[in-house]
Each structure stands twice: as structure tokens, then as C-alpha cells.
Design a protein around this ligand. Structure first.
Ligand code: SF4
Ligand code: SF4
Length: 223
């Protein structure tokens, strides 16, 4: 994915949860939104007077996530839950503070940064941060298969050489092709190949059902 595609995915959601680690080692969250992107990464703002700022400076790390579509969960007559099709998006990475002269330079070339300049001039404690290296995932879901022929589609991305791990459980070498995992998977994520069965990580919900029924322990949960 390009940096624009990644930014647009989060920008479409709007308000996002931003998580940092506080001095006591606990995660802390607040709602904010991204303000722009360029070749250096994606940008957001906060104020030096907030604990959020101190945690960003102390750790240099952040995680953000959000959900596009209705957050409502409906209980159906049969007791199952219904979610409107949509997607969630998340990323985790490294942040750096960008000083005002640099933001002004960026604003000359990219109108997305004009807001940052205006806001920093209006509020003296306002600062801009850039998430320069990150990895994340877009998790598209359609549990009733209204628009897709499978329930989930997971797209992993990374930027700035940040390590990105594949999604889903995986089948190792001692598969005897009994097919139990395939029969158990309700996400259409398992298919047969020549020598064994295989999991398509982009369709796998990591529900673990296949892991529990495999007679040989061939299925692994990724670290
Ligand atoms: S349940 Fe285990 S042994 Fe059977 S097909 Fe699946 S991975 Fe292979
Ligand atoms: S973990 Fe769940 S979704 Fe993934 S392959 Fe196994 S049964 Fe299917």
C-alpha cells in the first residue's frame, strides 16, 4: 500500500484511538485524528501540556486504531450477533516531533500542513508529530457475506522498513491431510494443496478452531 492509501484508510474513519505507554507501564488511550501525510510518514497533533505529549517523547512509540462502519452490534433472533460490513484499521510504530520551521516548509508544498501551522500559531503548546516507521493491518469484515464470498480480508502493510508479520495461523510440515481443519473453518481460509493443507492468512480470523482439532499438532499460532 502507498502512504496515501494508508492515510486515506485512517482519514476516512476520522476519530481514532491513540495509545501510548505511561510512566507506570500501563497503556493509555485518547481519541484524536491524523492531520496529514507525506513521504516521511503520517502526522497528528497534540499539546506539550498533555500527558500524551510526555509519553510520546519518553517512549517514541504509538499505536492507533479505528473502525469504519457502524459500531452497533445487533443480537439476532437465533442468538447470533450481527455486524454491519466494514473495516477496522490499526498501526503501531515510531514517532518523532516535527518542529515549527519544518512544518512551515512542508505547508509551502502540501496544503494538508497549513492546518498544522495555523493551529500551532493559535495554540502555543500545540505540536506536530510524525509516525515515521510503522506496520499495521486493515481488517475488512463481512460476516454475513453480503458483499464478499468470505467473511474477512486482512491486508497487512508496513512503512519505513518496520517489521510486518504475516496474519493468520499456519500449518507446518507434519500435516497428514485428514481435512479436519478445513471442515472446522467457517472463514473459508483453509484449502488443500499437493502435499498438505494450507491456511490463507488474509482470510484467517485466528479463531483457533482448526488448531484445536488438528490430530498431529501441525497448526501453529504465530508469536
Ligand atoms: S487437521 Fe492438521 S493434519 Fe489434518 S489436514 Fe489440517 S493441518 Fe493437516
Ligand atoms: S484459525 Fe479459525 S479462521 Fe483461521 S484457519 Fe483456523 S479455523 Fe479458519
Amino acid at each position: 500500500m502507498t502512504i496515501k492509501e494508508i492515510y486515506d484508510t485512517f482519514d476516512k474513519i476520522g476519530c481514532l484511538t491513540f495509545a501510548t505507554i505511561n510512566e507506570a507501564g500501563y497503556p493509555e488511550t485518547r481519541i484524536a485524528h491524523l492531520r496529514g501525510y507525506d513521504e516521511q510518514g503520517v502526522y497528528f497533533m497534540t499539546m506539550t501540556s498533555k500527558p500524551f505529549y510526555k509519553q510520546l517523547v519518553d517512549t517514541g512509540k504509538i499505536s492507533i486504531c479505528g473502525m469504519s462502519a457502524s459500531t452497533e452490534v445487533t443480537e439476532l433472533e437465533d442468538g447470533n450477533l450481527y455486524f454491519e460490513p466494514g473495516y477496522t484499521a490499526r498501526l503501531t510504530g515510531d514517532v518523532i516531533e516535527i518542529d515549527m520551521p519544518e512544518i512551515k516548509e512542508k505547508a509551502k508544498k502540501n496544503s494538508l500542513f497549513e492546518y498544522c501551522v495555523k493551529d500551532q500559531e493559535r495554540y502555543p503548546t500545540m505540536v506536530t508529530f510524525c509516525i515515521t516507521k510503522f506496520a499495521g493491518e486493515i481488517f475488512k469484515y463481512d460476516f454475513e457475506k453480503k458483499n464478499m464470498d468470505h467473511k474477512v480480508l486482512r491486508t497487512r502493510f508496513s512503512y519505513g522498513n518496520f517489521l510486518s508479520k504475516p496474519a493468520g495461523l499456519t500449518i507446518k510440515g507434519n500435516c497428514i491431510k485428514c481435512g479436519r481443519c478445513h471442515d472446522e473453518c467457517t472463514f473459508d481460509a483453509i484449502h488443500e494443496i499437493e502435499v498438505q493443507y494450507q491456511i490463507n492468512g488474509s482470510k484467517c480470523d485466528e479463531c483457533g478452531s482448526c488448531f484445536l482439532v488438528c490430530p498431529t499438532g501441525a497448526i501453529s499460532i504465530r508469536e
